[in-house]
Design a protein around this ligand. Sequence first.
Ligand SMILES: *[C@@H]1O[C@H](CO)[C@@H](O)[C@H](O)[C@H]1NC(C)=O
Ligand SMILES: *[C@@H]1O[C@H](CO)[C@@H](O)[C@H](O)[C@H]1NC(C)=O
Ligand SMILES: *[C@@H]1O[C@H](CO)[C@@H](O)[C@H](O)[C@H]1NC(C)=O
Ligand SMILES: *[C@@H]1O[C@H](CO)[C@@H](O)[C@H](O)[C@H]1NC(C)=O
Ligand SMILES: *[C@@H]1O[C@H](CO)[C@@H](O)[C@H](O)[C@H]1NC(C)=O
Ligand SMILES: *[C@@H]1O[C@H](CO)[C@@H](O)[C@H](O)[C@H]1NC(C)=O
Ligand SMILES: *[C@@H]1O[C@H](CO)[C@@H](O)[C@H](O)[C@H]1NC(C)=O
Length: 770
Amino acid sequence: MASSLALLFLGLLGSTCALPPPRISFLLNSPERPLVHFSLTDVSNTTTLLLSNDSSTLYVGARNAILLLDVSRSDVISLRSKVTWSPSQTDTRDCVNKGQDPEGDCQNFVHVVQRVNSTHLYVCGSNAYNPQQAFIDMELSVVQQDKARGRCPFSPFERSAAVIIDQELFAATTTDFQGKKPQISRFLSKDGRPDISLDSISLLQEPRFVSVSLDPAGQKLYFFFSEIEKEFSFVDKLQIPRVAQVCKDDVGGQRILQKKWTSFAKSALLCQPPQQFPFNILEDMFALQPPEGADASETLFYGVFTSQWSRRPESAVCTFKLKGIRDVFAGTFKTLEKETYQLKRTAGRKYLGQCGLSNSSDSELSEVRMSYLTSSNVRPVGPVLVFPEQKYSRVVVMKTTAANSQQYDVLFLLTESGFLHKAVPSDQGLRVVEEIQVFREPQRVKSMILSSSKGLVYVGTSEGVTAVPVARCLSYRSCRQCILARDPLCGWSPTRRTCTGLDGADDDIVQTLEVVTGDECQPAEQILQHKEVFVQLGEVVTLQCMKPSNLAALNWTSTDAPYLSNRTFIQAADGSLRFLASARTFGSYQCQAEEGGVREVVASYAVRSASSPRHLSKVNQDPATLGPEERSVGSEEPTVIPTSDATQNETFITTGSDPEERVTQAKGDAFSVQEIVPTSRKDSRSMKNPAEEVPTQRSYHSELVAVSLLLAACVLILVLGAVRVWRRQRAGSRSDRLPSADDRTRTNATLEIHSLSGPEDAGPDQTIIL
Ligand SMILES: *[C@@H]1O[C@H](CO)[C@@H](O)[C@H](O)[C@H]1NC(C)=O
Ligand SMILES: *[C@@H]1O[C@H](CO)[C@@H](O)[C@H](O)[C@H]1NC(C)=O
Ligand SMILES: *[C@@H]1O[C@H](CO)[C@@H](O)[C@H](O)[C@H]1NC(C)=O
Ligand SMILES: *[C@@H]1O[C@H](CO)[C@@H](O)[C@H](O)[C@H]1NC(C)=O
Ligand SMILES: *[C@@H]1O[C@H](CO)[C@@H](O)[C@H](O)[C@H]1NC(C)=O
Ligand SMILES: *[C@@H]1O[C@H](CO)[C@@H](O)[C@H](O)[C@H]1NC(C)=O
Ligand SMILES: *[C@@H]1O[C@H](CO)[C@@H](O)[C@H](O)[C@H]1NC(C)=O
C-alpha cells in the first residue's frame, strides 16, 4: 500500500504555465463597479448566510446576533429585524476559565442558520465553547433553546456543515471542546425514529468539513471534507479530500449498528493535474443544479482545492458529476480486517453502500460496518484547472445563456486576499474576466452565496455583508471593450450603443466568447476621451492614458510627428505621455490600446499653445478657485487648463535596483482627466516602459528649465546616494541570512517523499490509493 501511495508523488513539480492576470481589476468601492454593503456598528462576524426561497430575505448568523435583512431590492440592503443571542454569564465565565479569550472566543458565534418550516428558523451557535441551538420564529423571538453538542462546533473558527431537510437536521461537526471528535448525525428525527450518528470505530480522521448536499433522487446526503489519511504516518500528515454518504432515512440496525448509520461510506475525490502533486485539501464545494429538463445525475459539483505541498498561493478547480459520485458508492468497497486493521478489497456485495439496510441480517451488518471505504475514487469530469498564483477559498457558480443560446457556467471564486474573481470557461481552461475587491482584511471565517435570480453574490465577512452584482456591463465603455471582455453576461447593443446585460436585451446584441477580431464593432473609431490642452512653452505636458484592461498594451502616436522619439517623449509606467511643450511638440496625440490584436484609440489630445500672457498667472490655480470665465472651455480665447507647476514639482525617482532605469513622476497631474477609467491594480506587471532622460531641448524659457534641471540633478544625486546605502544594507542582510530550520526540514521532507517513489511505480492513472 505504501508503495502505491508513492504514486502520488510521481512526476513532481511539473511546470504550470502562467495564466493571464484578471482582465480588469476593481478596487474596493470603485465607482465603476459599485457594491452594496450592509453593516451595523454593534454587530460583527456576519459570516453565516442563508437566502429565503424567493431571494427577498437574507438570514444572517453573526456574533451574538441573528439578523433578517431585506434584500428584495438589489441596490440596497436594509435591516428587517435583529435578535440578540449572547452567552450567559456562567457560560462566559466557564469559557474564560478554560483559557479562552473573552472577546475573540467566549461569545456566541452563530454557525448554523436553517429554515425549519414556513414559520421557524433553526440556529446553532458556539455560545462561549458550549454550543446552543434555538428555534426562532420569523418575528425573531427565541422560542426554545438548549444544548447542541454535535450540531455545531465549539470553536468560533471551525467550519462545519449542516442542513435541515424535511425538518430533520443533518450535521457534520466536532463534538468536543478541543475539536478532536468528529461526528455526522441526524437530529430532530421525525415520526419517532431515532437520531442516528457514526459508529464508534474511527471512521473520520481530523476532518475539516466543508459542505453538505442532498442527492435529489437518491435519498442520500453527501458531506464534503478533507481528512488525514492515517494509514501513512509521514513527515506531514497526508490530507485527502473526501465525499461521504449517508441515507436520509437510515434508522440504524436492530442489534448491530443500533442508532448508527448503516449507510455511511466514504470515497476520495481526485483533483490531480498531470505531472503534478494532487491538490489534496478541499476548500469549498458548490453544487450546480442541472439545466431544466436534464436528469439530476447531471448535477455538477465544483470544488476548489489547494495543495498541502504548495509553497506559494496556488489552487485548482475540479468538477465532479453526481453520476460519478453515485457510481463510486454503487461499486465495490474495501473492508477493514479485524485482526490486522488493514483495508482489503472485497468482492462486490450488492448491499454495500445501499439505503434501507436496517432489517439486514447481523452478518450483513457486520460486514457493512467494516466496509465504509469505496475501492475506487471519484474522478473529475473535464480537466483540472490550475491557478498558479491564486489561493481560492470559496466558490459559487451560476449558469447563464449567452447570446449564441449556449449555456455557460460562470464561476465566482473568492481569493484569500479579498478579491472576487469571475471566471468563464475558455480554451485555456478558465479565463478571469474581472476581479472585484470585496474586503481588505483577510478573513478566517467568511461565506459566499449566490442569488442567480437577482444576479448577486453575497459575501459575509467579519465586518458585514456585501452584495456584488454578477456583472456591470456599463463598465465596458466602448464596443471593443465590451466585446474584448468576452463576458457571457454582457453584449454590445448597436442600437442603444451601450454594453448591456443579455436579459430582455435586443436581438441584435453583439457578443463573441471565442476569438475577438475587432470586426464585431463599427469600423468608425469610437474615441473614449478627447481633450484639448493649452500649455505654455517650456511647460511639462502630461497626457494621461489609462489602460482599459490589464491585458492591454498602450502605444502613443501623433498625427503631426509619426515617430515619437524616446529622447523627446517619455511614456511613463502609468501609461501617460510626458514632454516639454515646444513649437515642435504642439499637435495631436492618440493613445492606442492593443489587446489580442484589437486596437482602439482610448484617449486623444490636441496640445495647443496658450500664448496669451493673461493666463500665465493662473497656471498654479486649482480648478475650483478659477472664476467662471476661466473655466468655460470652448470660449473664443484659448483657455488654460490648470496645471500644477510641473516643472518645479518634477522629481526623478530611481526605481528598482537598476539606477540606469529612470522613471519620471510628477507630484501633481498636469491635467485632470474627467472620465474615470477602471483602475488597474496590477499596472506594473504588464507595462514597464523604460523611459529615457527628461528632454533637454532648448526652450524659450531657458531660465525656467535651467532651474528645474538643477533641482532635478540635486534630487537625483540624493536618490542615487540613498540607493547605494540601501543596496549596501541589502547586500549585508542577504549574506547574514542562513537557511532557516524551517527550510531545512522542508528540504528533508521533499527528499523523503522523493525516495518513496521508485521508477517501477510509474503509472499516470493510479494516483491516490486507499
Ligand atoms: C421554500 O422551499 C421549500 C423547499 O423547496 C418549500 O418546502 C417551502 O414551502 C418554500 N417556502 C416558501 C415560503 O416558499
Ligand atoms: C415549525 O417548526 C417549529 C419548531 O419545530 C414548530 O414549533 C412549529 O409548530 C412549526 N410550524 C409549522 C407551521 O409547522
Ligand atoms: C423492517 O422491519 C420492520 C418490521 O419487521 C418493518 O416495519 C420496517 O418497515 C422494515 N424496514 C425496512 C427498511 O424494511
Ligand atoms: C470576528 O471579527 C473580528 C473582527 O471584527 C475578527 O478579528 C475575528 O477573527 C472574527 N471571528 C470570527 C470567528 O470570525
Ligand atoms: C504603435 O502603433 C503604430 C501605429 O499603429 C505601429 O506602427 C507601431 O508598431 C506600434 N508600436 C508598438 C510598440 O506597438
Ligand atoms: C507643486 O504643485 C503644487 C500644486 O500646483 C503647488 O501647490 C506646490 O507649491 C508645488 N511645489 C513646488 C515644490 O513647486
Ligand atoms: C530609445 O530608442 C532607441 C532607438 O529606438 C533605442 O535604441 C533606445 O534603447 C531607447 N531608449 C530607451 C531608454 O528606451
